[in-house]
Design a protein around this ligand. Structure first.
Ligand code: NOJ
Length: 485
């Protein structure tokens, strides 16, 4: 291909201005579109997601306390590109513009998180009303633009003061403090925020932060203490549910967002599907399981043996308070499962090194995971309302000479995952909504700003946001409430 030809091609593409298509234009186009479209149910919630430390910046403003991620990201060697969230996307100041980005997608929902150290700079004790004011402003702006807020209370930015005083989640004092914080927020926001996620991805932040030491607070504790800390998170979730019911507006819906350890049948035989259900239940006993069943499975306790968590019957009751929905963060499958003749009746297969992955190496490309995870979770725990609380991918996202970002890899990923999600829903999986991770590139934890997950590319110097081609893709899906297959 000559330079001349490629230049003209780019010019043509830019001329079509796929990125600039408006919703009515898309609707007209789709009416004449010969591609079959698989629809989502009426009222399906389309949204995007972010979290406080990843986008807000303004870490020293309006009385915010320090979080464990401030400490961790400022510890040399912890973040791949040596960056931190001090500035991030400056969302704290640019939130109005960012709400317009959501609106431009046609998305009607936004999942954000509340920074606990903005509300209680010391974790407990005196509240900082200025911290809450930011979320009041954000929520009002969302509602004024017809976007429904979904708030997460804990997306990993624990007040450093709690880590210092009681060892963070190593102590049930943190569970109690979380309950108090949840009640305080519920009292003040649930007149407008009707959906609350308590905690995000226990499966990751606990093991990575307290076991492997690669997330904040960077501890490498023995299994027994890791399991105990996870139990304290589950207890914190339960206490938060109680507090929201007690102090929030009646009818406030509460759940959590979990990166379920996702199991997929290696080959779809009835035996393997059954085996995959059993494996999913065992692998997730430490959080999803205990929240729904009010007990840890025998398998989990036997496997943990002396390292099993200590708990009381009263705690298990608190942990398993009824909830209104479950959020599943779905990216890559953890295990492919086959049935076995011997106990426990299932076995995970080794993962070949050549399994394809996206730009993040951990993100194996397996669209079927978004079909199986909600279907299996709904079945084994009898869940009636599921949200895909996160799904998306990082990409290279290079800016071409014409100024556009042709993130065809992200579009491929989303198209295939959404096709499988539609299939799950058509077959009866109770999935009510989907939050694409992420609205815009942001601080990707230990990878810093090197991994871009956004529909909008962010220049972290100038803070300019540019829609990627995937923004036009997602806008089309939302406008049609369907995925072209
Ligand atoms: C899940 C986490 O909740 C989110 O914070 C993170 O950025 C995405 N996964 C992508 O890794």
């Amino acid at each position: 291909m000559s330079d001349e030809f490629s230049r003209r091609q780019f010019a043509g593409l830019a001329g079509l201005s796929a990125l600039g298509l408006t919703a009515p234009a898309l609707a007209a186009e789709s009416a004449a579109n010969p591609v079959a479209a698989a629809s989502f149910p009426d009222g399906f919630v389309w949204g995007t997601a972010t979290s406080s430390y990843q986008v807000e910046g303004a870490v020293n403003e309006d009385g915010r306390g320090k979080s464990i991620w401030d400490t961790f990201s400022h510890t040399p060697g912890k973040i791949e590109d040596g960056s931190n969230g001090d500035r991030a996307n400056e969302h704290y100041h640019r939130y109005k513009g960012d709400v317009q980005l959501i609106k431009d997608l046609g998305a009607k929902a936004y999942r954000f998180s509340i920074a606990w150290p903005r509300i209680f700079p010391d974790g407990t004790g005196a509240a900082n009303p200025k911290g809450l004011d930011f979320y009041n402003r954000l929520v009002d702006e969302l509602l004024a633009n017809g976007i429904t807020p979904y708030a997460t209370l804990y997306h990993w930015d624990l007040p450093q003061a709690l880590q210092d005083r009681v060892g963070g989640w190593r102590s049930s004092d943190t569970s109690k403090a979380f309950g108090d914080y949840a009640g305080y927020v519920a009292e003040r926001l649930t007149d407008r925020v009707r959906n609350i996620f308590t905690v995000n991805e226990v499966g990751r932040f606990l093991y990575f932060g307290y076991g492997l030491g690669i997330d904040a607070p960077g501890l490498t504790l023995p299994d027994a203490e890791v399991n105990q800390a996870r139990h304290h998170v589950a207890l914190g979730h339960g206490l938060a549910v109680q507090a929201i019911r007690a102090r929030g507006r009646p009818g406030t819906r509460v759940g959590f967002a979990e990166n379920i350890t996702a199991c997929v049948p290696a080959i779809n035989t009835p035996e393997n599907i059954r085996a995959t259900e059993m494996a999913t239940r065992e692998f997730n006993s430490g959080f999803l399981g205990v929240v729904h069943e009010g007990k840890y499975t025998e398998g989990f306790l036997q496997y943990a043996r002396a390292a099993a968590p200590r708990f009381t019957a009263e705690e298990l009751k608190i942990i398993s308070q009824p909830i209104d929905f479950v959020g599943l963060n779905i990216y890559a499958p953890q295990y492919y499962i086959v049935a076995t003749d011997r106990a426990p009746g299932w076995r995970p297969l080794p993962m070949p090194a050549s399994f394809p992955h996206m730009n993040s190496e951990w993100l194996r490309i397996a669209p079927e995971v978004i079909y199986w995870a909600p279907r299996i979770a709904a079945k084994i725990w009898n869940i009636k309302d599921i949200y895909i609380s996160e799904n998306g991918t990082s990409g290279e996202d290079r800016i071409h000479p014409d100024g556009q970002i042709y993130d065809l890899d992200r579009i491929m990923f989303l198209r295939n995952y959404l096709t499988q999600l539609q299939r799950a829903i058509a077959e009866g999986a109770p999935v009510r909504g989907y939050f694409l991770w992420s609205l815009m590139d942001n601080f990707e934890w230990i990878f810093g700003y090197g991994k871009r997950f956004g529909l909008y590319r962010v220049d972290f110097e100038t803070q300019a946001r540019i829609p990627k081609l995937s923004a036009a893709f997602y806008r089309d899906v939302i406008a049609r409430n369907a995925i072209g297959v």
